[in-house]
Ligand binder design. Structure first.
Ligand code: SF4
Length: 734
């Protein structure tokens, strides 16, 4: 612990205990030891001494025992020459300071007139409210328990200006935090600054002016102590439980504005006992190692504009946005809704324009939580029914964030955007497609609101793995295209992480039921060698997603007994699929295209189907809009394959699965491929060459027809006959 900070805190505690003794003895002399002392309307006596020591102080004379406890705790002021471990001493000094504060504040309650207004809100003549009564505690403290208010900021001192004070207060209010104000600097405090600006204060606005004396800071910690006694099941005197409850459940911190003297250092040390760190505007040194607090104990200097964000980060507070701030209704009921072409006001991405959605991690200092930028034309800049490219670039930062979580967050974009009434989202990664209805646009929905949805919902559902999130939405073709190669590289790196794993090497697969909003009976079974149909989820992603959200859509599936290793059938998987398909599927083969194949939702990257006369299969990528050799366009095929039913002869799958050893294994594998649309074929050229090499087929890539040489099944047969495609000599498909 920083010796300088510890020295100041210990010195401050000595001063406060000295002052407490002097004021207590004077009060006893003037009023007598039996004079009643109490904070108003509370069953918790003087809460710090009651919570920490189990004391039930009711008279001035009773305070002497607390004074003795404070003196006992007081460590010597550190020697200039001798370096010792200071943490324990500084914490003891902090607690002694709180005992002294409580004595001084209790004595104030014997004065006439009372220096505090014991009400909910201040009035014109009385700014300071002092200790809260039990009615306030019950009403407000429960908010700390149910999460309505995650905690409080104990603001000491005064901000550089009244405008800054208002900005800080508003930022804290936006985060649902209570603002407890005390400890003026030269007679001026943050509460005075808010008063000057005509800001309404009181418990109802969560801006609570406790008192201008530094000792009034104890009312914040007294409130925290009573919360632990009242809601945390802590017994009076069980200081360990009181402090742990606050560290784990009440997200509070001290914000110190202006000069921080010894007395304020002592308050900070007292707060650290509760796990509440101090973030100071001025340079008071730092205590960075973690220990009593979740993260750092003291951080400084932090500019007022950044102090709230820093405090939230240091305290490990998770921001929640209770309502999605968009002008259309939002909820899971809208997730299956589609927007028809004639009802569309604007379309983003899709098969004809470049697009992507991408989640990436950044440093905590590199992004601003809640910042949403639309870079390029917005909905009002285009004609009704107009189309634009789209790049949704989401940046997240957090101490718990891991690269492995990026694809998990990214895949949520689909469901989250679909939750907005009148907004339709399909696809993922670089095949995303969004339609915004005329009705939604008329209500004021614009592209920025896509970011608002992601900010609110990702924070709400995945906030435990990140602290900050900002969104950039690119709608200029050059901006989207410029970033596409980078995001595709990252998609490739994510897929490559699994390279050496096999289905045999693990005992557990993962499910994905994210697409059940569109296809209620569909569940993807994700194995190391078969990723989810959409290409966004591989086995590692499933594992990470389960870690983030153990009750979410990605559940572990113990494989159980192997029923057929070639078709990919396991007892445990059959049982899981039976239950999660609402008992519509009893047998499920992960690898076969013909025999009880995996079902599809609608998000598959590719569709494979038999071309019977060629004894092979064709594969078409979802962006290919022309007729395929099977006599159907992709959209018609998708209608047939999707919806969560088994369609023998047809499967939806990811691009990555084509290169898997398990790709239609019972039917002979990828060397059955006789046709692919040219764009997919080119993209997968290295994969196809590898497939040929492994199967001992020279020029396999060149043996695959595409739309430039074959548009009908007859054309394909003619082509593969000419090149002597290996499918022709493989066992008959049926
Ligand atoms: S396609 Fe499968 S893996 Fe992808 S999100 Fe839907 S259910 Fe999950």
């Amino acid at each position: 612990m920083s010796k300088i900070i510890a020295t100041k805190a210990i010195r401050g505690a000595h001063t406060l205990v000295g002052r407490a003794e002097k004021e207590l003895l004077q009060a006893i002399e003037e009023k007598g030891p039996d004079t009643r002392v109490e904070f108003p309307n509370t069953a918790y006596y003087l809460p710090i001494s009651h919570g920490m020591l189990g004391m039930r102080i009711e008279t001035l004379g009773g305070l002497k025992e607390l004074l003795a406890q404070a003196k006992n705790l007081l460590p010597p002021v550190p020697d200039d020459e001798l370096w010792l471990p200071y943490l324990g001493n500084a914490l003891d000094a902090g607690m002694a300071a709180l005992f002294a504060d409580e004595i001084i504040e209790a004595v104030k309650y014997t004065q006439d007139p009372l220096p505090y207004l014991p009400e909910l809100n201040p009035d014109n003549d009385h700014l300071w409210l002092g200790a809260a009564n039990d009615v306030i505690l019950r009403e407000r403290g429960i908010e700390f328990v149910d999460g309505t208010a995650p905690g409080f900021a104990a603001c000491v001192g005064c901000c550089p200006s009244s405008e800054v004070a208002v900005a800080v207060a508003r930022e804290l209010q936006e985060k649902n935090l209570y603002v407890f104000m005390s400890a003026a600097n030269d007679g001026r405090s943050m509460a005075h600054q808010l008063q000057e600006q005509g800001i309404e204060m009181g418990w109802e606005t969560r801006l609570v002016p406790f008192g201008d004396d530094v000792t009034a800071t104890v009312h914040a910690l007294g409130f925290a102590t009573r919360a632990a006694l009242s809601f945390g099941g802590a017994q009076p005197g069980d200081f360990d439980r009181v402090l742990r409850y606050n560290k784990n459940r009440v997200f509070a911190f001290v914000l110190a504005f202006g000069p921080v003297d010894d007395l304020k250092h002592a308050q900070a040390a007292g707060a650290i006992n509760f796990g509440f760190p101090t973030i100071a505007e001025t340079d008071i040194g730092q205590i960075l190692p973690t220990g009593v607090c979740t993260y750092e104990h003291v951080v400084s200097p932090i500019a007022p504009a950044k102090i709230v964000a820093k405090a939230i980060e240091v305290r490990g507070l998770k921001v929640t946005v209770s309502k999605v701030p968009i002008p259309v209704p939002y909820g899971p009921a809208f997730q299956g809704e589609r927007v028809r072409a004639q009802d569309t006001r604007a379309e983003l991405g899709g098969s004809t324009l470049p697009g992507f959605e991408f989640v990436t991690s950044r440093g905590l200092d590199e992004i601003e939580d809640g910042r949403i930028e639309v870079l390029g034309p917005d909905i009002d800049d285009i004609e009704p029914g107009g189309k634009l490219p789209v790049g949704i670039w989401v940046e997240v930062a957090g101490r718990e964030m891991q690269t492995d979580f990026e694809p998990i967050l990214e895949r949520q974009i689909h469901d989250l955007i679909n939750g907005a009434h009148g907004i339709f989202h399909m696809g993922q990664r670089d095949i995303n497609w969004i339609r915004i209805s005329k009705e939604a646009s008329d209500k004021g929905f614009c592209f920025k609101h896509l970011g608002s949805i992601l900010h609110a919902k990702l924070h709400g559902e995945y906030g435990k793995v990140f602290d900050k999130l900002q969104v950039k939405i690119f709608t200029r073709e050059e901006d989207v295209s410029e970033r596409l190669s980078h995001v595709r590289d990252v998609y490739g790196q994510r897929d490559a992480r699994l390279a050496d794993m096999t289905d045999e090497s693990v005992e557990t697969f993962y499910s994905c039921a994210l697409c059940q909003s569109f296809a209620p009976n569909h569940v993807c079974i994700i194995t190391p060698e078969r990723s989810g149909l959409c290409g966004s989820y591989n086995w590692l992603d499933g594992k990470a997603a389960h870690k983030i959200n153990p009750t979410g859509p990605n559940q572990p599936i113990p494989k159980g007994a192997v029923i057929d290793p070639i078709k990919g059938q396991w007892q445990g998987v059959n049982e899981f699929v039976y239950n999660s398909s609402h008992k519509s599927l009893e047998i499920f083969n992960a690898y076969s295209i013909i025999d009880y194949p995996m079902t599809s939702c609608g998000c598959f990257e590719c569709i494979s189907c038999l071309l019977p006369s060629t004894n092979g299969i064709m594969v078409v990528y979802r962006e290919f809009a022309d007729m395929t050799p099977v006599g159907m366009k992709f959209s018609t095929l998708a209608g047939m394959v999707g919806g969560g039913v088994q369609t023998p002869g047809f499967i939806g799958h990811s691009k990555q699965y084509i290169g898997s050893r398990k790709f239609i294994l019972p039917e002979g594998g990828a060397s059955r491929i006789v046709w692919m649309n040219s764009k997919l074929k080119e993209e997968l050229a290295p994969v196809l060459e590898k497939i040929g090499e492994n199967a001992g087929i020279d020029n396999f890539y060149d043996m695959i027809a595409d739309e430039t040489v074959a548009t009908t099944e007859e054309d394909v047969f003619e082509f593969v006959s000419k090149v002597n495609h290996p499918a022709l000599s493989m066992p008959a498909l049926f």
